[in-house]
Structure formats: C-alpha cells, structure tokens
Design a protein around this ligand. Structure first.
Ligand code: PAF
Length: 282
C-alpha cells in the first residue's frame, strides 16, 4: 500500500515506521515512464521506496514556467501506486519553506554557473537546496536521479561527497521515445511541429556518438553533432553543444566523455546528453 503524506510531521511519523533500507526518488510530479524507471530501480535496490512530489519555486527564474509547470498529483499517485512506492511526500510550498524563501542556499560552485547554470542563474542553488532539505527529511540510504538531468546528477553527487551527506547517489539511464526523444515532463508543452524539431537534440548526440565510435577525434565528434543538429527539422535553437569529461569538466582528448546539449524549441527549453568514448590519440 502507498501512504501519501503532505506535512513534515506526517512524513517523520511515516518514515519512522520504515525498517530496512530506504530509496528516495525526488520529482516535481508530472510523472512519466522515465520516472517509472527511477521508481523501478529504487524498488529493486532498496527495501522501501519514498517518492517526493514538489514543484520547487527556488529553482525557477522570474520568467520561467513555475506557474504553468504541470501539476498532476492524482495521476502521479497512480504511477507511484503501480510502481509499489511505500510512501509519497507531497508538501505545499508553505510546508517546505515555512519562513518564506530560505535566506541560506547551497552554493553549487563553479559548475553551477556553467551549461544550464549559465542560462538559468540561481537554478542549481535552488535545486541543491531543495535536494539537501529532502534528503534531511526523508533520510534515505539511496537516492535515485536520472542521467537525463546530467548536470543535476553530477552536482548532487558532488554535494554529497563535498558535504559528507550520508547517502548513495544512483544515476539511472535516460528513457527515450522510440524515435530518440528523451522523456521529460516538459515534452507535454510541445506541439506537433515542435515535437519534430525537438528530435534535433537526440540526432546530434547520436551523430556525435557514432563519430566517436568511428574513431574520430573530439573536434570531428563535435562537427558531426553540430551538422546533425542543423540537418534536423527546423525550429530548434541551439543553446550549447559541448564535449566534457564525465564530471562535466573541460573536454578530454581521449577516453570516457560526455556530450551535452541544450536547445530551445519554441518557448520550451530541452536538454539531453550522452556518454561517449573517444579513441586514444596515436
Ligand atoms: O529533477 C527534478 O525533478 C528536480 O530538479 C528535483 C531533483 C526534484 C528537485 O526539485
């Protein structure tokens, strides 16, 4: 049975009743099959699964989609029940931030100002602050995050290491539509032509990965990825397409690497990424 709680007091009581290991899946709701994969991973690896559903105002800029972000709690609870979650914590903003916006926020460091952080100032301060609060409130052994939000996953891992937060962070591979589009709650904003243009992101990643598999160097991998992005259905506007090391530090010339991309499709910002392996240079 899935228990649903809305306040910290209810959460504390329900959490105290969970014996054995606990895995948490943090979400902003609007759950899709990508989240179901996170829930399944948690179900397999922990004795109990706790899901949080909270649209965190701290991580939205003044001109972003906080007000129109999809809120679908009834459908989300159905997904949680189907996936066998033990406990769902769906607090109000007032319950999470009883004294209003917190004056103290986590500083994500230099990586927090790059890639997504460059386009969305303050975004990762808001993400890490709520993630740390939710870790304190749910006290999990394991926390599951999707690789789709790779910079978030990297920063959460970094935060738990740097601040000695006693939790194991588990990254879960991105779930894609059959045509390659990475699942995202924001995909529901896309109309028909935008949906087609959005495929430019995954096409760029596929082309980059193929070029790396063919033994091409970092420059050629990026060239192939840019070309595939440009060849897609018009309508996607590139923000960045970058090759980095697996920790999102400046790009390696050989070995494991990450190709990360962000683009606007109409008013919707989409991100995606892929692991690639650059052949050793002669
Ligand atoms: O990935 C998300 O949905 C959010 O950034 C998270 C981790 C739930 C924090 O609000």
């Amino acid at each position: 049975m899935t228990q649903v709680v809305h306040t910290r007091a209810e959460l504390a009581e329900a959490r105290a009743g969970l014996k054995g290991t606990v895995g948490v899946v943090m979400t902003m709701g609007a759950l899709h099959s990508g989240h179901e994969t996170l829930l399944r991973a948690a179900r397999e690896q922990a004795d109990h699964v706790v899901v949080t559903v909270f649209v965190n105002p701290l991580q939205f800029g003044p001109n972003e989609d906080f007000d129109r972000y999809p809120r679908t709690l009834d459908a989300d609870l159905e997904v949680c029940r189907r996936a066998g979650a033990d406990l769902v914590f769906a607090p109000s903003v007032a319950d999470m931030y009883p004294e209003g916006q917190p004056r103290v926020r986590l500083d994500p460091g230099p990586l927090g100002a790059e890639l997504e952080g460059a386009s969305r100032p303050g975004f990762f301060h808001g993400v890490l602050t709520v993630v740390l609060k939710l870790l304190q409130l749910t006290r999990p052994d394991l926390a599951f995050f999707g690789e789709k939000d790779y910079q978030q996953l990297t920063l959460v891992r970094r935060m738990t290491r740097d601040l000695d937060v006693p939790v194991e962070v588990v990254g879960v591979p991105t779930v894609r539509e059959p045509d390659g589009l990475a699942l995202s709650s924001r995909n529901r904003y896309l109309g028909e032509p935008e949906r087609a243009a959005a495929l430019s992101l995954s096409a760029a990643l596929r082309a980059g990965a193929q070029a790396a598999d063919d033994g091409l160097d970092a420059g050629a991998v990026l060239t192939a990825a840019h070309a595939a992005f440009g060849a897609g259905t018009p309508g996607a506007r590139l923000d960045y397409l970058v090759l980095t090391d697996p920790e999102l530090e400046p790009g390696p010339v050989a070995g494991p690497a990450r190709l990360v991309i962000a683009a606007w499709v109409g008013a919707t910002r989409l991100i995606d990424n892929a692991a690639i392996h650059l052949a050793p240079r002669p």
